[in-house]
Design a protein around this ligand. Structure first.
Ligand SMILES: Cc1cc2nc3c(=O)[nH]c(=O)nc-3n(C[C@H](O)[C@H](O)[C@H](O)COP(=O)(O)OP(=O)(O)OC[C@H]3O[C@@H](n4cnc5c(N)ncnc54)[C@H](O)[C@@H]3O)c2cc1C
Length: 335
């Protein structure tokens, strides 16, 4: 028996361990586009702010993979799935077969259309590499624009202010896919950020970005505002990274559609974590349950169910974007 898991985030690792727990003799393989050992994505802003070193970002879930005979193939980005032949093709030209597949490829941040014409102006804050790039460039920047709603925008603004950047947070206030933080907490936290010198522009979009001299950019907003900066940090919502499933026959909406058992419409393919749109048997609706804790819970269940576990996923609101590492949001901004 061969279990193949795509993605080395919390859902992917938990799925590999779940399959191993119920199937001691199987081959369990994680294939991931990452080159870095598993890390704590929620702590990336702390790397930017200097509150944590890279060594403090290691995801403890990743420690005992070799011991559990879980093999990890690094630098493998899935680019196509042939579900009829149980085969995944990767961008480096290699391919892997499986008896059971778990898709745990998480999400990718949305890029606002206005930034597409100014590629040098912005950086994402989504991966370890992103965080290192943001820190490096922000250390040489004076003014940084943060673009993105809710928790991720707040965290990026907080971290950049901490290293002394002048920070302008453009909060588009987009409808959220995930569970928004409560309006009350968000208002308090934003007040705190303002008192620390973060300027905020609420309910407005980036309309255009003008490259002034290759290092300085003018950000124009739909509300008629203009901000001169040397860096834009894109801290937007993450949408499922599942483009490689196109033409595979695996059904997807915003995310991979899975039943309450986390199985897709293809009987030997499962999905878990931020890329999965899970059927909630209590609410009778499908939703993506973004969040670290939820990813671990789903991953474990999908892994076990691939190996015959037969358990139902019951959503618990506390699994939903809970703050796991470090302090709560109000504490983080120094309330
Ligand atoms: C800055 C930041 C702060 C956050 N803070 C919090 C927080 O405080 N609390 C919280 O609960 N959540 C937080 N989150 C969200 C949390 O990180 C995610 O919900 C969680 O990581 C989802 O886990 P996952 O395993 O589903 O996906 P991911 O962690 O995104 O892992 C997916 C993995 O798949 C890999 N991959 C993607 N596409 C492919 C492909 N085609 N082929 C192979 N590999 C691929 C990716 O490189 C990645 O390693 C934060 C996110 C960010 C970006």
């Amino acid at each position: 028996m061969r279990y193949l898991i795509l993605g080395s985030g919390p859902a992917g690792i938990a799925a590999a361990k779940g399959a191993r727990t119920l199937d001691k003799d199987a081959e369990v393989v994680i294939a991931t586009e990452e080159h870095a050992a598993p890390y704590l994505r929620p702590s990336l802003p702390d790397l930017v702010s200097g509150e944590r070193e890279i060594s403090g970002l290691a995801n403890p879930q990743g420690k005992d993979l070799a011991e559990r005979k879980i093999r990890v193939l690094w630098g493998k980005r899935a680019r196509r799935l042939d579900a009829a032949k149980n085969r995944v093709f990767f961008s480096d030209g290699s391919e892997e077969t499986y008896n059971f597949l778990c898709i745990a490829t998480g999400g990718r941040p949305i890029l606002p259309a206005a930034l597409m014409g100014a590629p040098g102006s912005f950086l994402f804050l989504n991966s370890l590499g992103d965080a290192l790039r943001v820190r490096e460039r922000a250390m040489r920047s004076d003014t940084t624009v943060v673009y993105g709603p809710g928790y991720l925008g707040i965290e990026a603004a907080r971290a950049l202010r901490k290293i002394g950047n002048q920070v302008v947070w453009i909060n588009p206030g987009l409808p959220r896919f995930g569970n928004p933080i409560s309006g009350d907490v968000e208002a308090r936290v934003v007040d705190q950020l303002r008192s620390k010198g973060v300027k905020t522009m609420e309910g407005t979009e980036i309309a255009d970005v003008i490259d002034v001299d290759g290092r300085i950019y003018d950000v124009l907003t739909t509300g008629g505002g203009q901000v001169r900066c040397s860096l834009i940090v894109v801290a937007t919502e993450r949408l499922p990274g599942i483009g490689f499933l196109e033409g595979s026959g695996v059904k997807a909406g915003a995310g991979v559609l899975v039943s309450e058992y986390l199985g897709t419409n293809v009987s030997n393919i499962y999905a878990a974590g931020d890329c999965a749109e899970v059927y909630d048997i209590n609410r009778r609706e499908s939703r993506i349950n973004f969040g670290w804790r939820s990813a671990i819970k789903q991953g474990q269940l999908a892994g076990e169910n691939m190996a015959g576990g037969g358990k139902v996923y019951i959503k618990n609101t506390e699994d939903y974007f809970g703050l796991l590492y470090g302090a709560s949001l109000p504490e983080r901004v120094g309330e």
